[in-house]
Design a protein around this ligand. Structure first.
Ligand SMILES: C[S@@+](CC[C@H](N)C(=O)[O-])C[C@H]1O[C@@H](n2cnc3c(N)ncnc32)[C@H](O)[C@@H]1O
Length: 288
């Protein structure tokens, strides 16, 4: 949805833009083309390793951007430090990037056998390993229910606790095998791996993703200039629900005008080329 995103941001030359999830800089590059020569882009990412890729991908834009390794929940601190008073457009492209999923050492993917980590930011103290091996059965069940919306949350957490009493759960493959055993025949006919929801849930818990989203969005709206656009791409219904409700609340207060009454979904062609995009939803609002 690159074109839709750039068009929704409604950019003009000279704008100051915050890309709250700059990733490898795909969106940032297109944004920079619209705001040059006097515009400026601040790009945040919780993951320092991906910023190195963005730095390389954006190098032709020289002084027009600044990349900062920070969680977007702290965007107010960063913008104050950078002495930026107002922002003309803000983008949040949520979730993790394909670089992170494909990284063999991060433990985000069921398909790669890696130590259970799942931290976007290596400064975080708690990893997926700690959650899976130390949280109580009730805590695990709550995480899988709330952040994975898996109706088998009790069963999966029971199996995890049972298995870890025999041997610590070290890797993504160990965890996936336990979930497959817990789920048994129930999911045999689905295309999506039955461990997907639990993996998503643990990742959300490790990175405290939903609280960060709520905090980051509120701060973003406060920094957005009147007439400025905020564009958000979410990857699952939990994120989308937060965005939808916050937008609604701000619209009720006369702070935002909602531009997308219904979220924009990727085209069939985009989903065919990039199957991961199938659950993405784009929402846009304007500061009034
Ligand atoms: C889907 S990717 C963004 C891709 C990017 N738009 C591009 O064009 O390359 C999401 C990025 O957001 C980052 N991220 C997720 N949650 C974050 C947070 N709370 N604060 C800062 N970065 C975050 C991830 O590390 C990841 O690099």
């Amino acid at each position: 949805m690159l074109e839709e995103v750039v068009s929704a941001l409604n950019l003009k030359s000279g704008d100051v833009v915050l890309d709250a999830t700059v990733g490898s800089g795909g969106h940032a590059g297109e944004i920079l083309k619209k705001i040059l020569p006097d515009g400026k882009l601040i790009g945040l990412d919780a993951d320092p390793s991906i910023l190195k890729i963005a730095e390389e991908n954006l190098k032709n834009f020289i002084d027009a951007f600044k990349l900062i390794n920070e969680n977007f929940k702290n965007l107010d601190i960063i913008l104050s430090k950078e002495n930026i008073k107002n922002i003309n457009a803000i983008l949040f492209d949520l979730g993790i990037s394909s670089y992170q999923i494909e990284d063999k050492y991060r433990g985000f993917s069921i398909k790669e056998n890696a130590r259970l980590d799942m931290r976007m930011d290596p400064r975080l103290k708690i990893t997926a390993y700690d959650i899976v091996n130390n949280y109580t059965e009730k805590e695990l069940s709550d995480i899988i229910m709330q952040f994975g919306e898996d109706r088998l949350h009790n069963r999966i957490s029971r199996y995890i606790v049972e298995e870890r009493s025999k041997k610590t759960i070290e890797t993504t493959y160990d965890l996936a095998a336990i979930i497959h055993k817990a789920v048994g025949f129930r999911y045999k006919r689905t295309r999506i791996d039955p461990a997907t929801r639990t993996f998503q849930a643990i990742r959300i818990a490790v990175n405290n993703e939903l609280d960060a989203l709520e905090e980051g969005l509120k701060k973003a709206v406060a920094w957005l200039d009147v007439g400025g656009r905020i564009v958000i791409i979410s990857f699952h219904s939990l994120e989308d629900r937060i965005v939808k409700n916050l937008f609604k609340g701000y619209a009720g207060l006369g702070i935002l005008k909602i531009i997308t009454k219904k979220p924009i979904r990727p085209s069939g062609e985009e989903v065919r080329l990039n199957p991961r995009s199938r659950s993405s939803r784009l929402r846009v609002a304007e500061r009034i």
